[in-house]
Design a protein around this ligand. Sequence first.
Ligand SMILES: NC(=O)c1ccc[n+]([C@@H]2O[C@H](COP(=O)([O-])OP(=O)(O)OC[C@H]3O[C@@H](n4cnc5c(N)ncnc54)[C@H](OP(=O)(O)O)[C@@H]3O)[C@@H](O)[C@H]2O)c1
Length: 297
Amino acid sequence: MSRRILVTGASGMLGSHVLSVLSAKNDVLGWSHGADRAPLHRIDATHAGQVEQFFRTHTPEVCVHCIASPDVLACERDPHMAAQLNSQTTKQVARACTEYGAKLVYISSEYVFDGTASDGYTEDSQPRPLQIYGETKLRGEEHAAQVPHHLTVRLPVLYGGPVPGRKPTWLEAMLRSLEQGLPVELDDHFERQPTWSYDVATVLARAIDEEVEGILHVATQEGLTKYAWGVKVAEAAGLPSSLLRPVPAPPETSGPRKPARPWLHTHRLQQLGISPPPGVSERAAAYVRSLGGAWRT
Ligand SMILES: NC(=O)c1ccc[n+]([C@@H]2O[C@H](COP(=O)([O-])OP(=O)(O)OC[C@H]3O[C@@H](n4cnc5c(N)ncnc54)[C@H](OP(=O)(O)O)[C@@H]3O)[C@@H](O)[C@H]2O)c1
């Protein structure tokens, strides 16, 4: 069934994939903040009046809310900015969804958990964020839960295509260094669930189609350290992974606390008959192809 869907943060890494995947079957509108390119509508979502006016004019049936600052360090340094982007924009959007009868799909994060549970986390597990980013994403979850029809989707660490106007992602920077014959040190201690944002968008499209509500974890079930992840992507690009250096123990850091292993289980997704996204082993080649050599520029 075709729907009128609004994607907020549609100029971002995840939102751009969500916009393009949902556009195949739906009438999709997208928001950006700084990016000025069609078909995106520029808006400041911290501004209640701008949000309300857009909903009044366009009356979306579903809103996929991808706006946030996913930069954990930047959030810690600027808690006001983190609260504005991660929590306040969600409050404005949730309020508008309730007023205009739209369903809200809120994008959340593994960082709502403290990562101490050795057997991982289900949708029912108790959140306990360790830093400003996780706290403000959890506030966002609370705002989203006020909307009569809502879906909160928790995601692990993502990788995606280059975003115009942004500095290269760590994977693009790594590929560039390897091409120049330079070594790169990568953490080989923390296990993560690196998931391609294109695959997240595909699962979201299905969850929206099937009117899933509540909380849903969407994450590959392949666990990799950053080093193992980098090796797979380097090999897929035909570059020398021997230049990658595993760093076995986490360096002492004065930055924000990070969850050691916030493993997201996907039993609910599977009960719904939806496969979790594939891991890097399966997707590295397609991801590298999707970059079209962007790390060289
Ligand atoms: N990246 C990850 O590894 C990861 C992991 C788990 C969960 N998540 C979650 O996934 C979602 C998307 O993350 P992402 O990595 O795709 O983020 P991103 O690339 O940084 O995109 C953020 C988006 O928010 C927009 N935005 C910023 N300030 C705004 C404002 N005041 N008004 C309107 N729009 C504004 C940006 O617009 P402009 O670009 O036009 O400025 C951009 O489209 C977030 O909810 C994040 O918490 C991300």
